[in-house]
Design a protein around this ligand. Structure first.
Ligand code: ATP
Ligand code: MG
Length: 291
């Protein structure tokens, strides 16, 4: 049997290169406050992979995406076992575009901080009188570029995204930037509206796109998971303050209450957090999580 080594290990995912395709494997690792914790959250990787799968299916008719299969039988023998089952996605390999496509439907986090200072979020002027966690009149597109390892991503204006893309693809920068923005907003609107009917607010999220061999823009990476988005419970939603995180609130609360934690959570917090991921999956898909 051929052995495979990940070509890349991100904070929570491992990427295996297959030439024309990639296998993205989500681990059970969890990060909080920019640190990877020592605990594994049981089934988290599988739940997030299946959640991405759900959204790719849900939006495939609007924007093409990179998903080929989540069945390990479609992957090399090396992947056909418990370790990879459920948590792996076979994807078309794309030429990724160096823009992180962020869309915000609610005002929170760094956006809220900047709005309080000068009434704008990433250079976009917003109406006066918004409260923290308020829903925005319309979702806004606030792209960023990926920073070197260890640094925070850098917010850029829409115009800068045109320049960056134009620098790599002369004559096509404006067209690509416009497509990224329009696809990002369209995907967010469709999915956030749907999630709301299931009791989950998707406050903001990030998409990544790439080009296929014909030069078409295709959605890649993970999609609308709590790792790439802010999920809030709809029940108890109340503007005027920060909202609890649907998935990580127990983790954050415990870490804050225990400053000398050494990034190790008690079993009880791990179990409650694992339940929240499963609950998010089941609410959104309407299906029991079979894993
Ligand atoms: N279809 C695809 N083809 C090629 N590369 C892809 C595809 N989908 C996603 N990628 C890339 O694969 C990588 C996934 O890495 P991963 O998200 O695990 O780590 P990271 O982005 O470096 O760090 P972080 O943990 O902060 O997300 C990203 O660089 C992403 O742009
Ligand atoms: Mg990433």
């Amino acid at each position: 049997m051929q052995e495979f080594k990940p070509v890349k290990e991100g904070k929570v995912r491992e990427i295996y290169d297959q030439g024309e395709s990639l296998i993205m494997v989500a681990t059970d690792r969890i990060s909080a406050f920019d640190h990877i914790l020592k605990n594994q959250i049981t089934k988290k990787g599988a739940i997030l992979t299946q959640m991405s799968r759900f959204w790719f299916d849900f939006t495939g008719d609007v924007v093409p995406n990179h998903m080929l299969s989540v069945d390990v039988k479609d992957m090399p023998v090396f992947f056909q076992n418990e370790r990879f089952q459920g948590r792996s996605m076979l994807c078309r390999k794309l030429e990724m575009l160096p823009i992180e496509c962020i869309v915000r439907g609610y005002i929170t986090g760094s956006g809220w901080a900047s709005y309080q200072e000068n009434g704008t979020v990433c250079g976009i002027r917003l109406p006066e009188g918004l409260a923290e966690s308020d829903r925005l009149p319309e979702p806004i597109y606030t792209p960023s570029t990926k920073a070197e390892i260890g640094l925070h991503d850098e917010n850029i204006s829409y115009e800068r995204s045109v320049e960056i893309l134009e620098g790599i693809y002369p004559g096509k920068g404006a067209g690509y930037a416009e497509q990224l923005r329009d696809k990002t907003i369209a995907l967010y609107k469709k999915c956030a509206e749907y999630a709301l009917t299931k009791g989950i607010i998707i406050a903001d999220t990030k998409f990544e796109f790439g080009l296929d061999e014909q030069g078409n823009i295709v959605l890649g990476d993970e999609m609308l998971t709590p790792d790439s988005s802010r999920f809030w419970p709809l029940s108890g939603y109340e503007p005027g303050k920060g909202q609890p995180s649907f998935d990580k609130q127990f983790v954050r609360d415990w870490l804050k209450a225990n400053p000398d934690n050494e990034l190790l959570l008690p079993d009880e917090v791990v179990a409650k957090t694992a339940d929240k991921y499963q609950e998010a999956y089941e609410l959104l898909t309407g299906q029991p999580f079979a894993g």
